[in-house]
Design a protein around this ligand. Structure first.
Ligand SMILES: *[C@@H]1O[C@H](CO)[C@@H](O)[C@H](O)[C@H]1NC(C)=O
Length: 367
């Protein structure tokens, strides 16, 4: 409420008194280029600038740096350090949206969530209420490139959009490894058509990628370290439960619980089709190298797979590397007939112990 009132007031004063903003130090306007040093000015005035520079913005506690109303075709550039005040709330801390938007950063810039203020080892399961970091929702034909994002309180990017490119993004949450970082998913993708994530470099404590729904999604050239692997799921029980036409390729997963994984919800309905995992290198995977399971419920496996979310037309090729000695290289738990039309080749994982608990594994896949 407070924030909206502020935003409207700022906009009103700009409209009446332009070009002199109420706080001239917050906004430098040259032609169509605007440099902001205050979050409320940036949020309120972004729609009138095609070239937005966000310089050393300190976002006040409990506010969103809201760039979702940016003008079509705008370029948004982060400069210096973007930081955030502390409050226990749901966030997000930053919101992007719009059409033909380019979001980038100047050399050396960092978006620093200083997540340690919220980390308590519980993530979204309890403890402090932690703000989501970056919502890239309602983006259309837009690119986010080269951002360096650090120490997210909890999940980092939530992506919902059409034709959205996330290129060469660095997410470094490694400070959370020994400090209570939890559920720090790097990219959560849902309800999207056309999401292309290339060259991501991620250090975190949960999924490097988690696709909950959507189609035409690519994730390539990534390095994922410290988290839970490259995931599809869990699928089922949401408003949208279809995952279709996904390519995950040319990536490396290191020091993580899992390498690649697909999990669907027990008793739910939906579908996963046309997914390819190709040319993925695994190193030091601690639980499961490849895990595909149809038995997820309330955040954990039941061991009893169901058939309501079939996994069809899956291609797994050239998955190589190693898992830790206590890990399982491959685990597949399908409901009867619920996994079909799989292609499986060039899977070569050393280390660990093979599982005797796989069920309904469709040939030519093997546990
Ligand atoms: C496989 O992925 C790696 C990156 O992990 C890349 O360097 C290599 O070129 C890829 N191989 C092929 C055949 O595309």
């Amino acid at each position: 409420m407070h924030f909206q009132a502020l935003a409207v007031a700022a906009l009103g004063s700009l409209a009446v008194a332009a070009p002199a903003p109420t706080r001239s130090s917050d906004l430098v306007e040259r032609g169509s280029s605007c440099t902001f040093t205050s979050a409320s000015q940036a949020s309120a005035s972004a729609k009138s600038c095609s070239n937005i520079v966000l310089k050393n913005i300190k976002v006040p506690a409990g506010e969103t740096l809201d760039l979702s109303k940016a003008k079509d075709g705008a370029t948004i550039t982060f400069e210096g350090t973007t930081s955030f005040g502390y409050k226990e709330w749901k966030g997000p801390l930053i919101r992007f949206g719009g059409k033909d938007i380019t979001i980038q950063q100047a050399s050396g810039a960092v978006i620093d969530g200083d997540g340690s203020r919220w980390w308590d080892g519980k993530g979204t399961n309890g403890g402090k209420k932690k703000p989501k970091f970056i919502y890239a929702h309602k983006l259309q034909s837009s690119t986010i490139k080269g951002l360096h994002v650090k120490n997210s309180p909890v999940q980092v990017f939530s992506v919902q959009g059409n034709d959205v490119h996330l290129t060469d993004i660095t997410i470094d949450n490694s400070d959370g490894d020994s400090n209570g970082g939890h559920n720090t998913d790097a990219f959560d993708v849902s309800e999207s058509n056309g999401v292309y994530i290339t060259g991501a470099n991620v250090k975190n404590q949960d999924d490097c990628l988690a696709i909950n729904s959507g189609e035409n999604i690519q994730f390539t050239g990534a390095t994922c370290s410290g988290g839970h692997g490259i995931s599809i799921g869990s699928i089922g029980g949401r408003s949208s439960n279809t995952v279709k036409n996904v390519k995950i390729a040319d990536s490396t997963v290191i020091d993580s619980d899992n390498g690649i994984r697909i999990k669907t919800i027990s008793g739910a309905t939906g579908s996963v089709s046309g997914v390819t995992y190709d040319n993925i290198t695994l190193k030091n995977i601690k639980k499961k190298g490849i895990i595909i399971e149809q038995d997820y419920k309330n955040g954990g496996p039941t061991g009893k797979p169901t058939t309501g979310v079939p996994i069809t037309d899956l291609t797994v090729s050239d998955i190589k590397g190693s898992v830790a000695s206590s890990a399982t290289p491959i685990y597949i738990l399908c409901g009867k007939g619920a996994c079909s039309d799989w292609s499986w080749s060039g899977v070569s994982l050393s280390g660990g112990k093979s599982s005797s608990k796989c069920q309904n594994v469709p040939s030519p896949a093997a546990c």
